[in-house]
Design a protein around this ligand. Structure first.
Ligand code: SAM
Length: 245
């Protein structure tokens, strides 16, 4: 097991990533707010190198698909052993297989992950993983969008980044979470800052009025108009009273 970040402060949110490319971590998770939070022990990261559980002299992890067809499939026995080892080390984490077939990740699901003890994520490669592993280990299939990546590692980075910024103490008090996109089932309103005039474009007067009620109303209208234009699905869900964040 690759154990570079495995020290687990008792109160921290824990991430396990089962991958053929542990060198991709922490990668972008090692910088900025999320990286500082990692250094402070607000969350912890453990990479498990699937190759360590490979079969034979060549540590083989994949084989041809049953029934024929293109590409290779990650073996159930190899992945099963890697998951067993991961679970032994940190039981109780939400078990996830990153997959374009999965339910698209939402802010609501991110919040649930962030509120729990952490996530164990299997990053696939090749054509994907043997279905029996997903079923046997009850892995939740999670997609980060309707496109196909070459591996699950980038998806794992996305999931962790989205979760860690919700953990207590990661963002400063000045960083407002409540008004962000999806929090009220809407996209966020537009932002402006100095200079007051730039390339002939002025900041909307209302934002300089000092009238907090008018500013709040304007932002609300902007958020609704943007959401209606770009994400009518969110508006429809709001109308139905569904939690679509
Ligand atoms: N044959 C698979 C299919 O058509 O659904 C695609 C396999 S993809 C080349 C290899 C791996 O990348 C997958 O096993 C998965 O772990 C990851 N992956 C690709 N796209 C993803 C997405 N949109 N969200 C999450 N993981 C993804």
């Amino acid at each position: 097991m690759t154990d570079r970040y495995a020290t687990r402060p008792s109160a921290s949110w824990h991430v396990q990533v089962l991958t053929l490319f542990p060198e991709m971590f922490p990668g972008p998770l090692g910088v900025s707010l999320v990286g500082t939070a990692l250094d402070k022990g607000l969350w912890s990261l453990e990479t498990i190198d699937i190759r360590d559980f490979g079969i034979g002299r060549h540590k083989s992890v994949d084989d041809t698909p049953a029934g024929g067809g293109a590409g290779m499939v990650m073996r159930a026995d190899v992945l099963g052993a890697a998951i067993d080892a991961a679970r032994l080390n940190a039981p109780g984490l939400a078990p996830v297989y990153l997959s374009p077939r999965g339910r698209p990740l939402t802010q609501a699901r991110v919040r649930e992950f962030a509120d729990g003890p952490g996530v164990m994520m299997l990053a696939g490669r090749f054509e994907g993983v043997d279905q029996r592993v997903i079923e046997h280990h009850g892995l939740e299939e999670v997609s980060i969008g309707d496109y196909v990546l070459s591996g699950g590692e980038l998806a794992a980075l996305v999931v962790v980044d989205a979760c860690v910024r919700l953990i207590d103490g990661v963002l400063g008090a000045k960083d407002s979470l409540g008004e962000e996109s999806f929090e009220a089932g809407l996209l966020e309103y537009p932002h402006y800052t100095r200079p007051r005039e730039w390339e002939g474009h002025a900041i909307p007067d209302v934002l300089l009025s000092g009238d907090h009620r008018r500013i709040a109303d304007w932002r609300r209208q902007q958020a609704e108009a943007l959401t209606r234009a770009r994400r009518p699905d969110l508006i429809a869900n709001r109308a139905k009273g569904e939690n679509n964040d």
